[in-house]
Design a protein around this ligand. Structure first.
Ligand SMILES: Cc1cc2nc3c(=O)[nH]c(=O)nc-3n(C[C@H](O)[C@H](O)[C@H](O)COP(=O)(O)OP(=O)(O)OC[C@H]3O[C@@H](n4cnc5c(N)ncnc54)[C@H](O)[C@@H]3O)c2cc1C
Length: 472
C-alpha cells in the first residue's frame, strides 16, 4: 500500500485490505441512494438514513478504502462552532448562529454516545477543549467572542487561572479558555467503525470504486470505473475532490494543507506535563498550532495553512510525509522545548476552505435528487455528523430544522480565479508567517503584514474580528 498517514495505518488491518481487494464489484446495481465518498460525511449520511428508513437501499462508492480521505488522517480534534459564533451571525443571522452553535456542542456528546453504543473503539475522549494565547499578541483574542456568546446565554467558556493553564502542558500558553464540549478521537478508527456500522445496517459499501460521471433526471445512471449503477438519488460526499468532480465549485473552496506530526509513545513524560487527557489545545493565531494526546501516550501536533494546491487539485504531495517538517519542529519547540519528545511520523492532507469558513450543502444545479456537502474548512470531525443529519433530511425531504437550516442551498461566495487565487493565497500566507513569527519573538509585525493577514478572513479556528456591532 502507498504511504499512509499515521492514524489510518494504525486503524487498518491486512485483513481489511485483502477483504476490500477481493470484494465483489457492484455489477449491474439498482439502488435508491448512491453516495460517493466513504468518509465521515458519506457514512454519517448513510447511517442516519438507515436509522430513519431501514428499508432504503443505499450504496456507498469509495475510490480508495473508506477513511483514506480527510476522515482517516485529520487531527481528531472534536471542536464546536462556538468559537465561530461571530462568523455564523455574519453569514446567517443570530437565530441560525445560536442554533448551529448549540447543535455542534450537542453533536460532540452524540458522537461519543454513538461510539459507545456501537462498540467503536476509537479512543474518543470528551475532555473538553482549550484555546490558548501562545504569545502576548494573542492575549486579548478571547474577550470579544466570549462576551458575544455571554450576551446570548451561549457562553460555556471558562477563563483559565494560572494553575488551570498547566493542564495545557506548555509554559508557552500565557492565557486561555476552556469549554467542556469537545475532545479528541482516533479519526481513522472512527471512520472504519462507522463503515462497519453502516454495513451492519444493510448499506452496501464498494471500496476501490471510482465515480466517473452521472446522467439522467428521475433515474440517474452513475458510471464508475467498475460499471454502471442506477439510482434515484445521488450524494457527493467527496470533500476535497468536489472542485475536480464538479467544476462549478472550483472557486467555492481553496485546498490548503494541514500538516501533522506525532511523537513516539512517552506516557510518563506526558503525565508529568499534565497532558494525560483528551482535550485538544489550540492557539489563537490564524495558522493555528493545535495538539492533543492519545491514550497510548503519544502527542500529535498539527499546523494549518502551508501548501496551497494550484487549481484545487488533490495532488500526490497530499499523500506523502509532510514537506513542512521544519515548521512542525519549530512549533514543537515553541510549546515543548525542554521535553525531548521524538517525532515518529509526519503526514499531511487537504482541507477544503470555503470563503466563510463554514460548510455548505444543497441540491446540485437545483436538481431535486442530486445533493452535495462540503467546505468544512478544517472543522469537520464533529460538523460532518451534522452534515449527515442535513443530507439525510434533504434526501428524505423532511421539513425539519436541518432541511431548512441556513447551511442548505447557500449562495456561495467565490475565491478569485487562478492564477490570482494561489498567488494571492501565497502572498497572504507569507505575510501571516512573518507576522506570527514577529509576534512569537515579541517584536512588532510590519504594518503591511498585519494588513495582508486580515485578508485571510475566516481562516482561524477562533473568530479574530468580532464586529463591535454584534456586541450590545
Ligand atoms: C490534515 C487534516 C487535518 C484535519 N484536522 C481536523 C481536526 O483536527 N478537527 C476537525 O474537526 N477537522 C479536521 N479536519 C477536517 C476533517 O477531517 C474533514 O472536514 C472531514 O474528515 C470531512 O469528511 P468527508 O467525509 O466530507 O471527507 P473525506 O473523508 O475526505 O471523504 C471524501 C471521500 O471521497 C472519496 N472520493 C473522492 N473522489 C471520489 C470518486 N471520484 N469516487 C469515489 N470516491 C471518491 C475520497 O477518497 C474520500 O475518501 C482536518 C482535515 C485534514 C485534511
Amino acid at each position: 500500500m502507498r504511504f499512509q498517514p499515521f492514524w489510518f495505518d494504525e486503524a487498518i488491518t491486512q485483513a481489511d485490505i485483502e477483504a476490500a481487494a477481493s470484494a465483489p464489484h457492484h455489477g449491474a446495481l439498482d439502488t435508491q441512494v448512491c453516495i460517493i465518498g466513504g468518509g465521515f460525511t458519506g457514512l454519517w449520511t448513510a447511517i442516519t438514513l438507515k436509522k430513519q428508513k431501514p428499508e432504503l437501499n443505499i450504496a456507498i462508492i469509495e475510490k480508495d478504502l473508506c477513511g483514506q480521505g480527510a476522515s482517516g488522517r485529520n487531527g481528531g480534534a472534536m471542536l464546536t462552532w462556538s468559537s465561530k459564533f461571530a462568523s455564523l451571525i455574519k453569514e446567517f443571522g443570530l437565530e441560525q448562529a445560536c442554533f448551529l452553535v448549540r447543535q455542534s456542542e450537542q453533536a460532540v456528546h452524540d458522537i461519543k454516545a454513538f461510539t459507545s453504543k456501537h462498540g467503536i473503539e476509537c479512543d474518543c475522549r470528551i475532555d473538553g477543549t482549550y484555546y490558548t494565547a501562545s504569545n502576548h499578541s494573542q492575549r486579548n483574542a478571547f474577550g470579544p467572542i466570549t462576551t458575544l456568546l455571554d450576551q446570548h446565554q451561549l457562553n460555556v467558556w471558562q477563563t483559565l487561572t494560572k494553575a488551570q493553564l498547566q493542564a495545557t502542558g506548555s509554559n508557552a500558553n500565557l492565557a486561555g479558555i476552556y469549554s467542556p464540549h469537545g475532545g479528541s478521537v482516533q479519526p481513522a478508527k472512527l471512520v472504519r467503525g462507522l463503515m462497519k456500522v453502516a454495513k451492519a445496517l444493510g448499506v452496501k459499501v464498494f471500496e476501490h470504486t471510482r465515480y466517473l460521471k452521472h446522467q439522467g433526471q428521475d433515474t440517474l445512471t452513475i458510471t464508475t470505473d467498475k460499471g454502471e449503477i442506477r439510482a434515484n438519488q445521488l450524494v457527493f460526499a467527496v470533500n476535497a475532490w468536489l472542485p475536480s468532480l464538479l467544476p462549478q465549485f472550483s472557486r467555492s473552496v481553496v485546498l490548503v494543507s494541514s500538516d501533522m506530526a506525532i511523537t513516539t509513545p512517552a506516557p510518563e513524560k506526558l503525565a508529568a506535563m499534565r497532558l494525560n487527557h483528551g482535550a485538544p489545545v489550540i492557539d489563537a493565531r490564524i495558522f493555528v498550532n493545535y495538539y492533543r494526546t492519545t491514550s497510548s501516550g503519544r502527542l500529535m501536533l498539527g499546523k494549518g495553512g502551508n501548501y496551497f494546491s494550484f487549481n484545487n487539485q488533490v495532488r500526490d504531495t497530499f499523500h506523502r510525509a509532510s514537506r513542512y517538517q521544519a515548521i512542525l519542529e519549530r512549533s514543537f519547540s515553541h510549546f515543548f522545548a525542554h521535553h525531548q519528545l521524538e517525532i515518529d511520523r509526519t503526514w499531511t492532507g487537504p482541507s477544503d476552505r470555503s470563503v466563510s469558513g463554514i460548510p455548505f450543502f444543497g441540491h446540485l444545479n437545483g436538481q431535486a435528487n442530486v445533493f452535495y456537502g462540503s467546505g468544512y474548512s478544517g472543522n469537520g470531525v464533529v460538523q460532518s455528523y451534522l452534515g449527515g443529519q442535513i443530507l439525510a433530511s434533504l434526501l428524505l425531504n423532511q421539513h425539519n430544522d436541518w432541511r431548512h437550516c441556513a447551511l442548505v442551498n447557500q449562495t456561495l461566495k467565490q475565491f478569485p480565479v487562478e492564477p490570482f487565487r494561489t498567488a494571492g493565497a501565497l502572498m497572504v500566507r507569507n505575510a501571516i508567517r512573518r507576522k506570527e513569527s514577529a509576534e512569537d519573538n515579541n517584536m512588532p509585525p510590519h504594518k503591511l503584514d498585519v494588513w495582508l493577514s486580515k485578508l485571510s478572513g475566516s481562516a482561524a479556528k477562533l473568530d479574530p474580528n468580532v464586529k463591535q456591532e454584534y456586541i450590545k
